[in-house]
Design a protein around this ligand. Structure first.
Ligand code: CDP
Length: 214
């Protein structure tokens, strides 16, 4: 089975790129940010009591591109500014990382899949065939996230979006367990002045070449 990993900071375009790249290749797409965002939702709903037990019990499934949590498709409820504010704090907990890493490996098992996140190439699937690390400036990433919030009818100040991105980048990069960083064998790819189409077609070319050797 072939694993392709896409890691990178908040708003670097991982989700859209991974989605279209997987589609082009006929692979499954797994967004691990959605797993951490679901853990954050559980944390906000349940509080500290029983949180780890409840998280262990959660059943994630991935079928035909749809990620479900206990049978329910995950949607906009995990992509709110409230979740954005707490998700990195929840994701920093070693126990949360252990549980989600285990669940991610189970979901990816025996599949051709594009898996995106922060630590996929370094920790979760270190033997992946192709590893990509996306980069883009903070301004560009904040512009993308601001537009996404607006398209969902969520109105925020641009500065607040910049702050969310910077704060998550800091916590994600500085945490002790599985910090955000490129794997030593990852391909660094800057998306700043490129359209989504350009990024996907360039990466498809690179990936097609690399998977011949996996
Ligand atoms: O879409 P965006 O780039 O804003 O973030 P995401 O991929 O949805 O991830 C949300 C948060 O989950 C990140 O800021 C990390 O704190 C955490 N995360 C992680 O720690 N490890 C992963 N493999 C994926 C996400």
């Amino acid at each position: 089975m072939i694993y392709i990993t896409i890691d990178g900071p908040a708003g670097s375009g991982k989700s859209s790129v991974a989605f279209y790249l997987a589609k082009e290749l006929g692979f499954e797409h797994l967004d691990t940010g959605a797993l951490y965002r679901s853990a954050a939702l559980l944390w906000l709903r349940e509080g500290e009591r029983n949180f780890f037990d409840e998280l262990e019990k959660v059943k994630f499934e991935l079928k035909n591109g749809i990620l479900t949590m206990n049978g329910k498709a995950l949607g906009d409820e995990i992509r709110t500014p409230e979740i954005g504010k707490v998700v990195s704090k929840v994701a920093e907990m070693p126990k949360v990382r252990e549980i989600i890493t285990h669940k991610t490996r189970e979901l990816a098992d025996k599949r051709n899949v594009v898996v995106e996140g922060r630590d996929i190439g370094t920790v979760v699937l270190p033997d992946a065939c192709v590893k990509i690390f996306l980069i883009a400036s903070v301004e560009e990433r904040a512009r993308r996230r601001y537009a996404q919030y607006l398209s969902k009818g969520i109105k925020l100040k641009f500065e607040d979006v910049v702050r969310e991105i910077e704060s998550r980048d800091r916590i994600d990069s500085e945490r002790a367990v599985a910090p955000l960083k490129p794997a030593s064998d990852a391909l660094m790819f800057n998306t700043d002045s490129l359209t989504l189409n350009e990024v996907v077609s360039k990466l498809k070319e690179i990936v097609m070449e690399k998977i011949k050797k996996c």
